[in-house]
Design a protein. Sequence first.
Length: 293
Amino acid sequence: MRSLSIFFAVIAIWASACSNDDPFMSTGDGGGTGSDGGGGSDGGGGIDAAPRNCAPAPARLVVLGDSITACSVIGGPQNANCVSKKLADYVTANYAAGLTYQNYAVGGAKLDGIAAQLGNIPTAAGPALVYIYIGGNDLSPFIFQSDSAAMGAWTNTISPKLDSVYAAVFAKLADTATFPAGATLLMNTQYNPFDDCTASPYNLSQAKTDILHLFNDKLRAIADAKGDAAIIVDQHGPYLGHGHHYNVAACPHYMAGATPFMEDQIHANAAGNTQLGAIAGGGTDRLYRDCIQ
């Protein structure tokens, strides 16, 4: 994969980030699932988010994750269409001239693979922004299993693994041997390439929709618990209506004339990467501009 799968169908109200004058200012999920509940979560643009303290401008951007942030099918991490490169360019242009961009994401990575990626991060002076997108490959083995098996995997394996992996991530970010000036984590909810639609040929069950909700809700809870050390942006809400069912009028998030965002079954095309970068960029606005000095 591959960082998403047809395991991912979501219930959310579409809110477009592409119509803003600034392509990196995003509005978030109109359903409110990405709004700030007082901790670290943010719908993208942060319009209704609770105030948070400004993070120090970063000296480097460190990228972790799977093929979404490695940009495995869009030309690699240095390609101008890569979400991670777009984020690096945006932060450089707006908040951190001279930013160093370090991408350790690996296509096909699972949650367990984050430990190795953390081990590859070198020590460097100055504050860091760490950007992570991971988890789809952990869900994918259960796509075609029964709903009960999939829910059991979520409860018994994936959910506790999120706890342990993110505990390790935050421990690494607090390690002054690697991050002597500290680090802030920018997290993402997972987008849905199938537009929360049960139309053929995917015919996703409600139980697997529920698992995606649980997955993203848990990510939000993890970010919220860390206060100023983390922020999470909502990728799934703004993506709805641009996936594989973008031209299926019977689907709940259909919008006539919507731009398709998919390169292949799982990965975003150039337009989709621009959308992902816009949402991530909105998160950095909340960290460095729209915040309490």
